[in-house]
Design a protein around this ligand. Sequence first.
Ligand SMILES: Cc1cc2nc3c(=O)[nH]c(=O)nc-3n(C[C@H](O)[C@H](O)[C@H](O)COP(=O)(O)OP(=O)(O)OC[C@H]3O[C@@H](n4cnc5c(N)ncnc54)[C@H](O)[C@@H]3O)c2cc1C
Length: 486
Amino acid sequence: MPNNKERVCIIGGGPAGLSCAMYLEKKGYENYKIYEKLNKVGGKAWSPKLKVKHNGVEEEKSFETGAIMGAITYHAVSEMEEFGGYYHSGPDFKPGEPNMRREFRKTTGEIDHPFEPKVNFSFGKLFGLLKLKKQMKKLNQLMQTKYKGYDCYGHIGVAKGEYFGISKGVDGYCGATKEDSFPNYVKGTNPNLKDLALPFAEFCKINGVEEVQRIWIAPFTSFGYGFFDEIPAALVMKYLDVTTALEFVNMKLWTWKDGTQEIYESVNRKLKHPAILETEVVKVERPEGKVLVTTKGKNGKEVTEEFDKLIVTTPLDYFINYADATKEEKELFSKIIHERYIDYIATFEEGKSPNISGYLVENMVPERLGHAMVYYNRWQYLDRDCPATVYALANHTGTPDVDYDVVMKTMDEDMKKVGFPIKEKHFAQEVYYCPHVSSQDYQDGWYDKLEALQGTKNTYYAGEIISFGDMEDTCAASKDIVGRFF
Ligand SMILES: Cc1cc2nc3c(=O)[nH]c(=O)nc-3n(C[C@H](O)[C@H](O)[C@H](O)COP(=O)(O)OP(=O)(O)OC[C@H]3O[C@@H](n4cnc5c(N)ncnc54)[C@H](O)[C@@H]3O)c2cc1C
């Protein structure tokens, strides 16, 4: 029986930790604490402000060095918006709002039009696009029929040919109402779902839809989620279900004027117990029936407190280093892989910044590891004076990693070649990104083993690993965990 008087400790004040707290409050739990090691909440939703000068006027604007976009399928994030009272702009942007326009460029700087048959017309191009359209339609049909049940959050049962989870509502409806949002759990058996353990490239091949990778690559690989020859199809299709992928193609994505970080800052301000900042969890001990959490605050002093339950929203492969991890936890969590996603916000030589976001598709292959794949221009009215964020991946299974400094230098060179010479870098970072497991471990039932561990030693696992490394999957996973176990 749930007991909402229980003392709950939440590790991490990112989207996962704050959404766990919000959903706990909605269930009447008031005795919780969130510990966040940094001096801000939001985790990888990080929206620093920069001073910009345009037409002689100086002002301060929000930029993004982490999460940027949302879509029609972002139901859990909508609940966070509602709770915090801070909402997105778009997909139809008004003048003066940030926006999500983009173009494609060759690495030489030439503008490319891969999806417009009339530009640089050739019969080869036309034939290729017709083939792509046909395969998109085929994939859409396959996902609704052969792979029925793929579109719920999380991976429970998939490796066994089953499905169970909150519906993603990819048809625009997930059963949410104001009073009782997300009642819509779906459950069933479908042996075909086992195919989702295959790397996405192989999944496309066995289904005769290889061409669709041309559409999926930009919002997947360039967004740091890895390459299609290594990432299980389940991760690709659960994040970029056909609805969300088409929203991307049709530029129907949205963003937040003061940045995504503000979603979480505003939720944090409304919580009964806002996150305790600059306080890192350094030790977890779980003797019979209780949880002892040791934190280290700003003053460097360690304090140990007792709780009834623990929710870990931070990387589980690091958790085993500071917790009294069991043999099962150690075995399972040491299999987690993460992407090394590197980005920086840059200002450019005067009047030479990109005035629209751009994809460098040629760089989205393992052979071009460490090269700039995408750059994000946020404020259209700033024209050629707008700083931009530039992104690259530094790892790929089977290829040596690229050093951080080499990636930085390579990105600078790439931007110069494209025609946007960088003047100064701000907020450069490498992030622990998109934790997941290999296709083989997926097939071996890794996610079902994780599910079986939920609740052992009064510990619950949430965060990106549960479903996928985006804000929506992360917040929806919190809803699921709190909904089922509290
Ligand atoms: C460059 C980039 C672009 C992205 N673009 C998008 C996008 O457009 N749309 C989208 O939906 N998502 C996007 N994401 C992904 C999204 O930001 C993440 O999926 C989301 O932030 C994950 O939330 P989380 O709470 O699980 O983890 P995190 O955001 O990583 O938060 C974890 C928190 O835990 C804290 N912490 C860690 N260890 C401890 C400890 N021992 N004690 C206390 N605190 C600790 C960390 O400081 C951090 O604040 C992007 C991310 C990046 C980096």
